[in-house]
Structures are given as structure tokens and as C-alpha cells.
Design a protein around this ligand. Structure first.
Ligand code: NAP
Length: 465
């Protein structure tokens, strides 16, 4: 048995190291080259945090903790093995579990302490329970929509925002009464039930494809509720980890909403994601220029500089390995090949980075929006592989477009643009792309993987011949 004072010291030190590792983890996760180190730092930090907590003198029986650990591992291991396209819903489920435990702990603490709860303690307890409960149902709804077990389409009705905000306001009102009168124990279930309903209602008007942004917002709510729990349990580690989680989720939602051209108030109130399907049906058949894989390979062979812009279509086609072959063959020929990565290309944050890293494309070849945009005027060929909205010049010029104001990759500034996609169908925003009708644009109709593979074969022939 470790003496009490020594155990205290060990706990303090492990928590301090865990905190430092969480901060470093976030820092390292922000760049592809250090992301793996970031994941490892986070894992070690979390293991230390758990081990430190297990030394706590307050624990009277380890039996239930062991049972919970086994159950958690049984659920957690398969969750960690899901296919990459299911990562957003997997993340939503972990938020739901985290928020559920926060809500349970908050409720237990209230009933243990009431009526002797100070106003400050009751305020943080209420914050913890309200944010925790709404995150539980919000995350379950988000996971259900993404997994398509719930209808993906947004369901809206008149006065929806007022109904939703009234529910939340009612929960806050009850919380204020409890802060003033913590002895009104019968009122407590209301600050659980009302936010649980709010969580469902908040997600109802949001379309399935917008869920990744919502999930990052729910991540933020889960983090804030954990930070509030840190105040209740007097745990500095929880306060810091929760604050990191809350703020990083919040920053990611802001970045994503900006990159997707959603106003931030929309994000905060949840009622977003009703993608306006603009001008559907009036898309007139305008002429475009198209090319075969042989012709496209010939153009690539003649180029000195090529920027590849991947998008959702590359992910769907799982074309990343063929893209790697194309990168290799062009690089060997002496062509300067870079990748232009838009922050919301694909359907989840970092989608393109993860796919290209899986195919072992060197990280220093991946340039984000701000870095690659000034390079387009000097670029011979831009090859767009299954990207659409993130390249649409309407975002710069057409004030009536639903994507007006969204920062885009300025691919139209390059000398030649080639676009691999299967048809003239629009992308996520449901709008036509002016880029396809420019004189400098060549449409390469076909599946991203097949077409890229055919170009690689042609370039191989060229080299051999
Ligand atoms: P996009 O605008 O949705 O366009 C994808 C294009 O890929 C489509 O036009 C489609 O055209 C093509 N495609 C689909 N399957 C293909 C295949 N097998 N082979 C070749 N092409 C294929 O995609 P994006 O440019 O990546 O833009 C992302 C959009 O998603 C943005 O509007 C963004 O706001 C939104 N969004 C992003 C996130 C995120 O976190 N990244 C989250 C939610 C929403 P065809 O059908 O003609 O082939």
C-alpha cells in the first residue's frame, strides 16, 4: 500500500505530465508530419490520467471500476476499428458516452450534496448537467443520421428556433431556481430531461451531410461539460482537459463553418445545414471540352508544374493509391507536383490529409488553401480529382450563390485545368460549377480511380517508349 502523502504526490505529478501531454498532443495534431506523435502523446496522457485517478484514496472498492474498464474495452475496441468513412459517427458516439458519464456524475453529486450546495457549485453543476444531457441526445441523433439509421434530410417547421430556444431557456430558468434554492430536489430532473429533448430537437433540422460540423460543436459542448465537472470534483486535470476539448472543438467548428460559408450564429443555434439546392432543373446543357486518358496523360507529361486538388470523389472512389502512383511517375519525370488541400474537401475535417497520408504522399507536398492559392498563376496544370464545390469560382463572384463568400482554391488561375468526375452532376452544395465551361478547362469523365489508373498507364508507356 502506498503511503497517503506519496500517493498524493504521484497523482499530482502524473496529472501534470498528462496535462502537458494533452497540450502537446493538440499542438502536434495540427500538422500532418507530427500528427502520429500527437495521437501517441494523447494516448499516453490519457493512460497516465487514468492511472493517477486509480491511486485516489477516495476509491473504496476497485471491483466496479474493473467491471467498467472491461465493459469499456469491450465497447471501445470494436469502435476503434471502424472503417475511416464511419469515423464521424464513431466520434459522435464517444461524445455521447463521455457526456452520459458527465451527466451521471453531475446528478450523483447533486443528490449527495443537496441541500448544502453553494451558489457557485450549483451553477457549475447545472452547466455540467445541461451541456452533458444535450450532448448525449444530440450526439446520438448525429450518429444516427450519419449512419443513416435516422432520416438524413433536415426536418424543419415554422418557429423551430423559438421552440428550441424556449426549451433551453426553460432548463436555464430551472437551473437558476436551483442555484437560489438547492433544496428543491424535485426540480433537478428537469435540468436533465429538458436538455435531453433539446438535444434531439437541435439536430432535427440539420441535414446528414452537415453533421461533421455539428459533431465538432458537440465535441466542444462535451469538453465544456467535463470542465464544469472538474470544478465540481475539484480536479484540475478535468478542468484543463475539458477546456482544451471545449476550445479546440469550438475553434474547429468556427474554421469549418467559415470554410463552408455558414455564419457563426447559424452554428451556435444549430439550425443550419439546409443546403439550398440552387437552380436545379434549369441547368442548361452547355458545351464543355472533354479529353481521354491518353490526351490527359500527354498534357501532364508536357507540364513542368502540376497541382492535384483532391475532393470527395477521390474518397468515394478510394483513388488515393492510384493518385500516389501518378505522383510518383510525374515526380520521376522531373515534374513539380503539389497537392492543394481545402479545409472542407471531402466530408470530414482532415479527410484528404488522412487519405493521402494513407497512400504515403510526402507531407511537405500537401499545401493548404492559403499556401497554394498564390501558386496557381504559375502552375501549368491543375488536376482536380473528384472535387467540385471547393473549386467553384461562383464563391468569389456570384452573390446569389449559396456558397458565395466561401474561400475556394483559385484553380481557375492556373494555365490549364483538368477535372476528373463521372458526369456534370453537382457536388454537396447542389450547384453548377462555372469552372467546367472555361476555355482552359478539360473534363475527364470517369471514375476517379479508373481514370487516374489509365493516365498512369499512359504515362508509363510514354516513359518506356
Ligand atoms: P463535392 O463538392 O461534394 O463534389 C464531389 C464531386 O465528386 C462530385 O461533383 C461528384 O461528381 C464527384 N464524384 C463522386 N464520386 C466520384 C467518383 N467515384 N469518381 C470521380 N468523381 C466522383 O466535394 P468537395 O469539392 O470535396 O467539397 C466538399 C463539400 O462538402 C463542400 O461543399 C463542403 O462544404 C461539404 N462538407 C464538407 C465537410 C468536411 O468536413 N470536409 C463536412 C460536411 C460538408 P460526379 O457525380 O459527376 O462524379
Amino acid at each position: 500500500m502506498i503511503p497517503a502523502q506519496l500517493a498524493e504526490h504521484i497523482i499530482e505529478v502524473t496529472y501534470l505530465i498528462a496535462t502537458a501531454l494533452f497540450i502537446l498532443s493538440l499542438k502536434w495534431l495540427s500538422a500532418p508530419a507530427s500528427a502520429r506523435r500527437g495521437v501517441l502523446a494523447g494516448e499516453i496522457g490519457m493512460t497516465l490520467a487514468i492511472l493517477g485517478t486509480l491511486l485516489n484514496r477516495g476509491i473504496v472498492d476497485y471491483k466496479w471500476i474493473l467491471i467498467a474498464l472491461v465493459l469499456g474495452a469491450i465497447i471501445g475496441v470494436p469502435l476503434g476499428l471502424v472503417h475511416m468513412t464511419a469515423v464521424p459517427q464513431r466520434t459522435a458516439l464517444s461524445h455521447a458516452f463521455g457526456a452520459f458519464s458527465v451527466t451521471l456524475v453531475g446528478s450523483a453529486e447533486f443528490y449527495l450534496r443537496s441541500p448544502h450546495v453553494t451558489p457557485f457549485m450549483m451553477s457549475v453543476l447545472s452547466l455540467e448537467v445541461i451541456l452533458g444531457s444535450l450532448t448525449v441526445t444530440g450526439s446520438l441523433m448525429a450518429a444516427g443520421k450519419l449512419q443513416e439509421v435516422l432520416p438524413q434530410r433536415p426536418i424543419t417547421y415554422r418557429g423551430q428556433n423559438i421552440v428550441n430556444l424556449s426549451l433551453l431557456a426553460l432548463a436555464v430558468g430551472v437551473a437558476i431556481v436551483l442555484v437560489l434554492h438547492p433544496e428543491y430536489r424535485l426540480l433537478f430532473p428537469l435540468i436533465v430531461i429538458l436538455p435531453l429533448i433539446f438535444g434531439v430537437m437541435m439536430i432535427v433540422p440539420i441535414g446528414g451531410a452537415d453533421m461533421p460540423t455539428v459533431i465538432s460543436l458537440l465535441n466542444s459542448y462535451a469538453g465544456l461539460s467535463a470542465a464544469a465537472m472538474g470544478f465540481v470534483l475539484d480536479s484540475k486535470l478535468l478542468i484543463i482537459a475539458g477546456a482544451l476539448d471545449g476550445s479546440s472543438g469550438f475553434i474547429l467548428s468556427v474554421i469549418m463553418s467559415k470554410a463552408m460559408n455558414r455564419s457563426f450564429t447559424n452554428v451556435l443555434f444549430g439550425a443550419f445545414g439546409q443546403v439550398q439546392v440552387a437552380e436545379k432543373g434549369v441547368a442548361e446543357a452547355r458545351p464543355v471540352r472533354s479529353a481521354t486518358p491518353e490526351e490527359a496523360a500527354g498534357i501532364l507529361a508536357a507540364a513542368n508544374s502540376v497541382v492535384i486538388v483532391p475532393g470527395y470523389g477521390m474518397a468515394v472512389a478510394q483513388a488515393q493509391h492510384k493518385v500516389r502512383e501518378l505522383f510518383d511517375i510525374l515526380t520521376k519525370r522531373g515534374t513539380d507536383v503539389k497537392f492543394g488541400i481545402h479545409p472542407v474537401a471531402g466530408r470530414m475535417p482532415g479527410h484528404m490529409n488522412v487519405l493521402l497520408a494513407e497512400a504515403d504522399i510526402p507531407y511537405d507536398r500537401l499545401l493548404d488553401l492559403e499556401a497554394i492559392n498564390p501558386e496557381f498563376p504559375q502552375t501549368d496544370v491543375v488536376l482536380i480529382i473528384g472535387a467540385n464545390d471547393v473549386t467553384n469560382p461562383a464563391a468569389r463572384t456570384n452573390t446569389t450563390s449559396p456558397i458565395y463568400g466561401m474561400p475556394i482554391l483559385d484553380v481557375d488561375h492556373a494555365r490549364t485545368v483538368m477535372v476528373i468526375k463521372r458526369s456534370m452532376s453537382p457536388g454537396f452544395a447542389g450547384i453548377d460549377n462555372e469552372l467546367y465551361y472555361l476555355d482552359k478547362t478539360l473534363m475527364l469523365f470517369g471514375d476517379a480511380k479508373t481514370f487516374t489508373g489509365e493516365m498512369v498507364r499512359e504515362l508509363g508507356k510514354n516513359r518506356n517508349g
